[in-house]
Design a protein around this ligand. Structure first.
Ligand code: ADE
Length: 416
């Protein structure tokens, strides 16, 4: 079986990490058990561009248990866990990924997945779908559907749909309630700070943490920053979210003002240059910059590279730049700090996101005749089912509506 990984000898450690991930992914294991019995994916080829982590490996095992064949590349040059990639290769999965991929290898690996002629695509950031649409349109006739994991990918897909450029149906797994709650909020909250800590080991408490963006990810980062004892400032462009941040107890101000005050900056906006060179020039000596949005353009890293009079690596994935005589420190080259500098979201979080992915694939295949080339949400009952699976995995039971309550909720006659 073909594969390209950093070192196949890492497989033993990788398999142990997969075992540890599985212990925390009870909900996904339930899906896997059912898939193994029912074989809903039998005969289908699934091409994936996801972060190649121990958690993703458990999704791969789930899809294979359901009868699929899988090929996987990474969706970010810095996020691969080399031992997890080696573990997958040792299980005869076509895996093309290593941490620190060159741009050429990144796209060559995505091409390997495309050459596998997938019937279903799974993306995190839309690079696989975008490559297929722009360079291999002849393959689209055999593609049933795609699934997309992240906000940035869904934004790109909606733009494709609006332009009439999207040629097969895609399920926006990102938009599930279970994904938003667990992954964007709790996952990004914990793992972003984990990334900053592993890169720098700085004390968060007593520092001013500037969080750019107050979507679900930003809310999680701000909450965890506060929990660590930081004085949190939020910057936003959306009035409602800014108001929410203020009501949640954070200071809110434009980045131009926050830049002067902040000690640690984390961007989670999904947009370009939330931190520009103009902002960086006004920062304190010693400011720490990190990005937790999908692409490495939220901090103007290219501008920083040009403007710096000196640059050196202080420690792995923690670089010092000197700009106008002041030092700024950049975590993980400005790429997703949680995956570049730490291990991404914890396994329990990814269990839910990947239940949504696995059930999204099953849904897309089962409804192939009804779906058009549009962006779809996963039906709410599937989302609810994923929440139920997780409650079951945590051994938590909840109440059920009584007949009387159901009747009350569906009637309009009863008032004061
Ligand atoms: N995205 C964020 N964290 C992740 C993880 N642990 N595995 C795969 N994708 C992720």
């Amino acid at each position: 079986m073909p594969y390209e990984v950093k070192d196949i000898n890492l497989a033993e450690q990788g398999l142990r990490n997969l075992e540890w991930a599985e212990i925390q992914m009870g909900a996904l294991l339930k899906v896997r058990e059912r898939f193994a019995k029912e074989q809903p994916l039998k005969g289908y080829r699934i091409g994936m561009a996801l972060h190649v982590t121990k958690e993703t490996a458990i999704l791969v095992r789930t899809l294979i248990a359901g009868g699929a064949e899988v090929a996987i590349a990474s969706c970010n040059p810095l996020s691969t866990q080399d031992d997890a990639a080696a573990a997958l290769a040792s299980e005869d999965v076509r895996v093309y990924a290593y941490k620190g991929e060159t741009r050429e290898d990144y796209y060559r690996f995505i091409e390997e997945v495309i050459r596998f002629k997938p019937h279903v695509t799974i993306d995190d950031g839309c690079d696989l779908i975008s490559e297929i649409h722009t360079k291999y349109p002849e393959l689209i006739q055999d593609i049933i559907c795609g699934c997309e994991e992240t906000t940035t990918g869904v934004i790109r897909l909606r733009a494709m749909e609006q332009d009439g450029a999207l040629k097969y149906p895609v399920i926006a797994v990102n938009d599930c309630q279970t994904k938003h709650l667990m992954d964007n909020y709790y996952g990004t909250g914990q793992s972003s700070l984990d990334g900053v800590l592993r890169a720098s080991n700085v004390l968060i408490s007593g520092n001013i943490l500037v969080v750019a963006g107050y979507g679900n990810c930003g809310k999680g980062v701000a909450l965890r920053g506060k929990g660590f004892g930081a004085n949190v400032i939020v910057t936003e462009v959306d009035a409602f979210r800014a108001l929410q941040a203020k009501m949640d107890g954070f200071r809110v101000m434009p980045m131009a003002e926050a830049a002067v005050e902040g000690d640690i900056f984390i961007t989670v906006t999904g947009d370009l240059h939330a931190i520009s060179m103009d902002h960086i020039r006004t920062m304190k000596d010693g400011a720490i910059l990190a990005n937790s949005g999908h692409f490495d353009n939220e901090v103007d890293v290219r501008g920083l590279e040009k403007a710096a009079s000196a640059k050196r690596a202080i420690r792995p994935l923690f670089d010092e730049y000197v700009v106008d005589g002041k030092r700024v420190f950049l975590c993980g080259e400005g790429r997703l700090v949680n995956l570049a500098c730490a291990e991404g979201h914890p396994s329990t979080v990814m269990s839910l996101s990947f239940c949504d992915q696995a059930l999204g694939v099953e849904y897309g295949i089962a409804h192939r005749d009804e779906l058009e080339p549009k962006v779809y949400q996963l039906p709410p009952e599937i989302d609810q089912h994923v929440a139920e699976l997780q409650l079951e995995a945590m051994d938590i039971r909840i109440d059920e509506l009584t007949e009387e309550q159901k009747k009350y909720l569906s009637s309009w006659q009863e008032g004061t």
